[in-house]
Design a binder for this molecule. Structure first.
Ligand SMILES: [Mn+2]
Length: 428
């Protein structure tokens, strides 16, 4: 016996704000939730599953017109042609009271009642499916106590839309908890609502499959469904099958001060290429964050958009995958002008001048390390040593004879301090 467990399809979820991105692949993005459902149906047919479970939020909201419902119905009819049953509970987004439009379902589709929990028995398969739809957007009660007792000798499945917080009265998404689910004695809990896939428990198997198709840059990574095969009493094999046609990524790329505008696309292409590898035929929608210390920040200040354009250029050079840059965010710091700082009559100036003195005078450097630095290190409490991975007896300090290593240490300390002062992270 085999089945598919999916949830949170959010068919025809609107994509807000995308029109502000010139060149956005609007059709691909708009049609993504529908294409993912088509792929789900293809998977069900190819894998010859016995039934499909949809654990709520099939729809994103009340339909704008009947096309949304007719499209979904057409997919259900494709399943009916292969004798595949579909079991649906309504969640908060498509609760009974939210969806006013109606298209009659084909007879292979069962939508569970919203007034109380019901059980559907499939005697030929010895499977019992228990479910309870949301009556409205808000469902502050734990629905699980009202679910029927398991059918003896059957494989019992609970179909439920829930936030699984366990905080009854504080949460409006049918809150329940793992202990409550376990008490029920079912073999599989097909959950929905949480968009990031999560295997909550193995015995019994309790799973949020995640949504079928990510809808924005905060829903990153592969999205799809669970394909479950029941081998015998309580023994099952389950695997996640990605079905998304647009895959979202957030990619942070650190820049070093020596990186020029000419180097930037190659650097970014490499990072993009790694991010989109092994990801099938999806369109990759990527939000890029450029961070680090870079003179390119000054260029961006003079000619806004320069860095976003370089990142777009990098996306054009990715091989073997279609990449769309959704947004480029910047978190760059200008490199510090030491000569300028050294003129200052402040703590920064003092720091820079003093490091200059140590750089020019090896005896002063050795004396500083032997006296001041060693003294400071002996005063540092052991928990700080532990926190930075240093054992008190084996301090990770270069030998006092190694002038070059000592100088590198001092310069690294200066760079850290200046970078952090420069961002306002530390103030003197
Ligand atoms: Mn939901």
């Amino acid at each position: 016996m085999r089945f598919i467990h999916a949830a949170d399809l959010h068919i025809d979820s609107p994509l807000r704000g995308l029109s502000r991105y010139e060149g956005a692949p609007l059709d691909q993005l708009r049609g993504a939730t529908r294409r993912a459902l088509e792929r789900l149906v293809e998977l069900a047919i190819d894998e010859k599953v016995d039934f499909v479970l949809i654990a709520g939020d099939l729809y994103d909201r009340d339909w704008l017109d009947f096309h949304t419902g007719l499209f979904v119905r057409e997919q259900m009819v494709r399943l009916r042609q292969k004798n595949i049953q579909v079991f649906i509970v309504q969640g908060n987004h498509d609760a009974q009271g939210v969806i006013t439009h109606q298209v009659p379902w084909p007879d292979n589709v069962k939508v569970f009642a919203y007034k109380k929990a019901e059980t559907v028995r499939m005697d030929g398969l010895s499977v019992a499916i228990h479910g309870h739809s949301f009556s409205n957007r808000e469902m502050p009660d734990d629905l699980v106590p009202g679910y029927p007792a398991p059918v003896p000798g059957f494989f019992n499945i609970g179909l439920l839309h829930t936030s699984l917080t366990g905080i009854v009265g504080h949460d409006t998404y049918a809150p329940t908890s793992l202990p409550v689910l376990k008490t029920k004695g079912y073999d599989y809990w097909a959950l929905g609502h949480i968009h990031a896939r999560q295997v909550v428990c193995e015995q019994p198997r309790v799973v949020f499959p995640g949504n079928l198709q990510g809808r924005h840059a905060r829903e990153t990574g592969p999205k799809g469904c669970e394909l479950v095969e029941v081998l015998g009493a309580g023994v099952l094999e389950a695997r996640f099958v990605p079905l998304d046609v647009v895959r979202w990524h957030q990619l942070q790329i650190d820049l070093v001060p020596t990186l020029t505008l000419d180097d930037l696309p190659r650097h970014v292409t490499q990072a993009l290429q790694m991010a989109v590898t092994s990801a099938g035929d999806a369109l990759h929608a990527v939000r890029v964050l450029l961070s680090g210390e870079s003179p390119l920040q000054a260029l961006e200040a003079r000619l806004p958009g320069s860095l976003a354009a370089a990142v777009q250029a990098a996306a054009q050079d990715v091989i073997g995958a279609e990449v769309w840059i959704e947004q480029v965010k910047l978190d760059l710091r200008s490199p510090v002008d030491r000569a300028q700082l050294a003129l200052g009559n402040d703590a920064l100036g003092e720091l820079v001048r003093w490091v200059d003195v140590l750089s020019a005078d090896s005896q002063a450097l050795t004396a500083f390390c032997r006296n001041t630095l060693s003294e400071v290190l002996t005063k540092v409490p052991p928990e700080v040593h532990a926190a930075v991975g240093l054992e008190a007896e084996s301090l990770d300090m270069p030998s006092l004879d190694d002038g070059a290593a000592l100088l590198a240490l001092v310069k690294a300390a200066e760079a850290t301090l200046l970078a952090r002062l420069n961002t306002g992270e530390v103030r003197l």
